[in-house]
Design a protein around this ligand. Sequence first.
Ligand code: FEO
Length: 162
Amino acid sequence: MMSKKMEEAINEQINKEFYSAYLYLAMAAKAESINLKGTAQWLKVQYREELGHGMKFYEFMNDRGSKVVVKAIEQPPVEFASVLDIFQQTLEHERKVTALINALYDLAVKDRDYAAMVELQWFINEQVEEEKNATEIVETLKMVGDKGAGLVMLDRELGKRE
Ligand code: FEO
């Protein structure tokens, strides 16, 4: 049986994953509005991945016989200053999510909840990937600049994400 504290914490994380999805969808909408179709594509794939993360926790809760509570999702920002701003916020956001996942793992260790530890290991690996991807894009944008030909080229690259 999962502890009450763990149950509440995972329900909170489900909400955070869906907020992440919403945040990336808001960013995608901004990219579409300035005709950066590739950037929008990358962000829409990210949006779907976050829905997948939320659902992975949802299924885990059900498999463990725990009660899922679906909470209200906070509204993400509407405006972003630039493409660099979008990806800097992405990186910052993913670092926060990593901290949340690590805190969940700490709780699983404290609870001796071995099933949760195994489940959370998937998310720990996923966060390494999430931070790496965002860092690479931020670094590239700093190199090529977030305007003009460099941005057009990067936008084309980002559009290849499936
Ligand atoms: Fe669900 Fe981007 O971490």
